[in-house]
Write a protein that binds this ligand. Structure first.
Ligand SMILES: [Zn+2]
Length: 275
C-alpha cells in the first residue's frame, strides 16, 4: 500500500507520537468495553443497556470510577461500595488492549499503510482479547463477538473500495475470502467430528477464523496462513504438554483453542510487508 495523503503526518515525529498516545488511550477504553463483554456475554446479558455495577454489592459504577487503568489503581483494586477486591482481569484487559492497539499503529505506519487500517486491526485485537478470556473460562466464543467483527470487516472493505474509484473486484475478493474461510473451516470441523470424533475446532473457532479472513482481506492472505500455522503449532504443543503434565490421554484432555487462534492472528497482523 502506498500513501501520499499521510506522508507529512507520518514523517513528523511529534504527530507520530501524538497519534501513538491517542491510539493507546482509545485501546484502553476499548479494553474497558471488552471487560463488560467478557463478563456479560456468556451470561446472555446486553452489553449496551444497563449501567455497570459491582457484582458483589450492586454498587453502581460512577463515571469517574470507570476511567481505564486509572480508576482501578486509584481504587486499589477494590469496590468503593463494599471494599471487596476487584479482579485484576479488568486492569490486564485494559492495558493489554491499549498496548496491542499501540503496536498495531506502529506496524501500520511501519508498513506504510493508510491510518484507516487501524479499524480492522483494532477489531481483530478486540475479538482476539475478548474471545481468549471468554474461551478460557466458558469454552465458547460467542456469536456476539464474531458477527460484529465480520460486519466490521465487510463495512470497512466496502467503504475502502468505494472511496476513490469503486474497486468492486477487491470487495468481491474480500467477500470470497471470508466466506471461503468460513466454508473451509466449517467442513474441517464437520469432518473432524464425523470421522475422528473430536471437536478440536468448535463452531466458535470456525466463525472466529471467518471473521479474521473478513478483516484481513485478500492482501494479507499470506499473513493469515502464517497466523493459522502459529495458532495450530502453539495450540498443539501447549495442549500436548498440558496433557502430559496432567497425565491424561490426548483424547480426553482438551484445551480451549481460542487463545491460540487469537495469538496467531494478532501476531500475523504485525508481520512486516511480505510482498
Ligand atoms: Zn461492591
Amino acid at each position: 500500500m502506498n500513501y501520499s495523503l499521510y506522508e507529512n503526518f507520518y514523517s513528523n515525529p511529534q504527530a507520530y507520537w501524538f497519534w501513538f498516545a491517542v491510539v493507546f488511550v482509545v485501546g484502553c477504553c476499548m479494553g474497558s468495553f471488552l471487560n463488560v463483554c467478557i463478563w456479560r456475554m456468556p451470561l446472555g446479558e446486553s452489553v449496551i443497556t444497563a449501567p455497570s455495577h459491582c457484582p458483589k454489592c450492586g454498587h453502581q459504577i460512577r463515571w469517574y470510577e470507570n476511567i481505564p487503568l486509572v480508576s482501578f489503581l486509584c481504587l486499589r483494586a477494590r469496590c468503593s461500595g463494599c471494599k471487596q477486591p476487584i479482579t485484576w482481569r479488568y486492569f490486564i484487559v485494559e492495558l493489554l488492549t491499549g498496548i496491542l492497539f499501540a503496536i498495531a499503529y506502529a506496524a501500520i505506519t511501519y508498513k506504510n499503510m493508510y491510518f484507516s487500517f487501524i479499524i480492522p486491526a483494532g477489531a481483530m485485537i478486540m475479538l482476539a482479547v475478548a474471545s481468549s478470556f471468554i474461551d478460557v473460562e466458558h469454552r465458547i466464543i460467542p456469536d456476539a463477538l464474531n458477527f460484529p467483527a465480520m460486519i466490521t470487516g465487510i463495512i470497512f472493505w466496502g467503504v475502502e473500495c468505494a472511496l476513490g474509484d469503486w474497486n468492486w473486484r477487491l470487495f468481491i475478493a474480500v467477500l470470497v475470502c471470508g466466506f471461503a474461510a468460513w466454508g473451509f473451516f466449517y467442513l474441517f470441523s464437520w469432518l473432524g467430528e464425523k470421522f475422528f470424533k473430536t471437536d478440536a475446532l468448535g463452531q466458535g473457532d470456525v466463525k472466529f477464523l471467518a471473521a479474521a479472513a473478513f478483516l484481513f482481506g485478500p492482501a494479507m492472505f499470506i499473513e493469515y496462513f502464517i497466523g493459522l500455522l502459529v495458532a495450530s503449532l502453539s495450540g498443539f504443543l501447549f495442549g500436548a504438554g498440558y496433557c502430559l503434565i496432567k497425565k491424561q490421554s490426548l483424547r480426553n484432555c482438551t484445551i480451549p483453542f481460542g487463545p491460540f487462534l487469537a495469538f496467531g492472528m494478532v501476531l500475523a497482523m504485525f508481520i512486516p510487508n511480505l510482498n
